[in-house]
Design a protein around this ligand. Structure first.
Ligand code: SAM
Ligand code: SF4
Length: 514
């Protein structure tokens, strides 16, 4: 084993045997992607993966802090982790992800006494070295901790290493991709936006785009590995490139932000250029080498006309967009710092639907934000009736310490938040069902990605309830269940939809996809 970093020698397992690790990931896709990178780095350092958290001697918790409930999931498990440590004194626990922010080490140690090592998201590449397992690769190179500086509203390492360490991990082939035919591809880290309720800009620092050519290289690597469905990732993918240097290849990018702060975007790569370049990676038959290209998450603020055109014109870009709206009332949106009005949002929806007919739209909504009246909440329901989303991810507002909204009164009582959430989910269930029923009788191509247990209920559905089942996604991101076994996982199959529920479709195989 490599010599331990003296600052963290106490974290080494006592017997110096390489630990068997378990990575427990909570929260968003970005965390899942980051965990693939950390798990890969641990494997590359010679560790093995434990079958479960209980059998591991190194537990890495990749936490989510977006709502209090997410943090409570981790806190709620700390007692059990403490008991595991008592039984296995060599057990080491690392906490990373959005619960770990600069400046709150004392508070973290008080809240999580079982944790041996805290890593902010931007410190994740240090994981193996800090544990004394350092494969001194470029991916593990550590800056001097004294070079931390305040960047915007948060603290980050001066030379933020995430773009560089990602590319090194791609080159070295150390990312433990768990998605089979699907892969995550991070393109931008952090968030510069002004949403008053959100902890992300504080935990993940300012927006930093990966260099254009690095993203294209990773896409080529994925294509060569036979990956069929790629999701470009970032808290704000639409603002990709604004922080990169101008480059003569992007002389045709003449854009300005229409919402929020003025930003010079001219001559820099943008999301549209990125989609076109990845779509331009072609297989021998001339079709896109990656047949399905997606991206999350899109802030309406940066959804440019160029991007909508690219979505319409690129064969591989799927007909689905997750476009968080958060609320359907201008005063609430203003207090949330979202920088758009309901009307501006609806205009974007109109442009998207005109450019990409039949596009599936999904969104995020927060109910019970500070000062939200019943009339303002009704406006959100009205917005849902107007847009008719394919699905909505809704949650009650949860004040996050340190965010601007934590200084506003959290004055919507918990039972009112719950009632509003239930009313919204009930309405959306009807809308989702109607949207899904429009697919019955149509043929869709499903990329199968999971084996499902045979149905134990819903015997009214067509087909044999005890037959083996698989499920996968359409280009419109519809979940489709069908009969079939594990051999179908990773395959495209042509399916005729014979039943719709509010959250998923079922269908029968009618052959191979084109
Ligand atoms: N960047 C994305 C965007 O522009 O909306 C969203 C990323 S955020 C990690 C995912 C979702 O969490 C948000 O869209 C919002 O609905 C929800 N969220 C964030 N902070 C929240 C809070 N304090 N309480 C409840 N929900 C919250
Ligand atoms: Fe949070 Fe807003 Fe940034 Fe999304 S855009 S991550 S909601 S601050």
């Amino acid at each position: 084993m490599a010599a331990a970093d003296p600052r963290v020698a106490e974290f080494l397992t006592d017997d110096q045997v390489l630990p068997r690790f378990h990575v427990w990931t909570l929260g968003c896709q970005m965390n899942h992607s980051d965990s693939e990178e950390m798990a890969g780095a641990l494997l590359a350092a010679g560790c093995a993966e434990a079958g479960s958290l209980d059998s591991a001697d190194l537990v890495v918790i990749n936490s989510c802090a977006i709502r209090e409930a997410a943090e409570h999931k981790v806190i709620g498990r700390m007692g059990a982790i403490g008991r595991l440590k008592a039984a296995n004194p060599a057990l080491r626990v690392v906490l990373t992800g959005c619960s770990v922010r600069a400046d709150d080490t004392v508070d973290l140690q008080r809240r999580y006494p079982q944790v041996d090592l805290f890593l902010r998201p931007d410190q994740e590449p240090e994981l193996t070295q800090r544990l004394g397992l350092g494969t001194a690769t470029s991916a593990g190179a550590m800056p001097d901790p004294t070079t931390l500086q305040r960047v915007g509203r948060s603290v980050a390492a001066t030379a933020d290493r995430l773009p560089g360490t990602r590319s090194a991990a791609v080159e070295e082939g150390t990312i433990l991709r768990r998605g089979g035919a699907h892969a995550w591809l991070p393109i931008i880290y952090g968030c510069d936006k002004t949403c008053t309720y959100c902890i992300v800009p504080f935990s993940r620092g300012p927006e930093r785009s990966r260099p254009f050519d690095d993203v294209i290289d990773e896409a080529r690597t994925l294509a060569a590995a036979g990956v069929l469905d790629v999701t470009l990732l970032g808290q704000n993918v639409n603002s990709y490139g604004h922080d990169l240097a101008p480059d003569a290849r992007f002389g045709d990018v003449q854009a300005a932000r229409t919402l929020g702060r003025d930003l010079p975007l001219d001559g820099r790569p943008d999301m549209a250029a990125l989609l076109r370049a990845i779509d331009g990676i072609r297989a021998e038959d001339g079709r896109p080498a990656i047949p399905r290209l997606r991206f999350v998450t899109s802030h309406p603020w940066d959804l440019s006309g160029r991007l909508i055109d690219a979505m319409a014109e690129c064969d591989s870009v799927c007909e689905h967009l997750h476009l968080p709206v958060q609320a359907g009332d201008d005063a609430v949106l203003h207090r949330m710092g979202r920088q758009y009005t309901v009307d501006a949002y609806l205009q974007l929806v109109g442009r998207l639907r005109a450019a990409v007919p039949g596009i599936a739209l999904t969104t995020d909504v927060i109910v019970g934000f500070c000062g939200e009246t019943d009339a303002q909440f009704q406006q959100t329901l009205e917005l849902l009736r107007t847009v008719r989303y394919d699905s909505v991810f809704a949650a009650a507002f949860s004040p996050r310490p340190g965010t601007p909204a934590s200084r506003l009164p959290d004055d919507v009582p918990a039972d009112v938040k719950r009632d509003r959430l239930n009313a919204l989910l009930e309405l959306q269930e009807d809308i989702g069902l109607e949207r899904n029923q429009a697919w019955v009788g149509r043929q869709v191509d499903v990329l199968v990605d999971q084996v499902r247990p045979p149905r134990s209920h819903d015997h009214d559905l067509p087909g044999d309830p005890l037959a083996p089942r698989v499920a996968g996604r359409t280009r419109h991101n519809k979940l489709v269940h069908l009969d079939g076994g594990p051999a179908l996982v990773g395959q495209f199959v042509r399916v005729v939809v014979d039943h719709a529920g509010p959250y998923a479709l079922t269908g029968q195989r009618v052959g191979e996809a084109d």
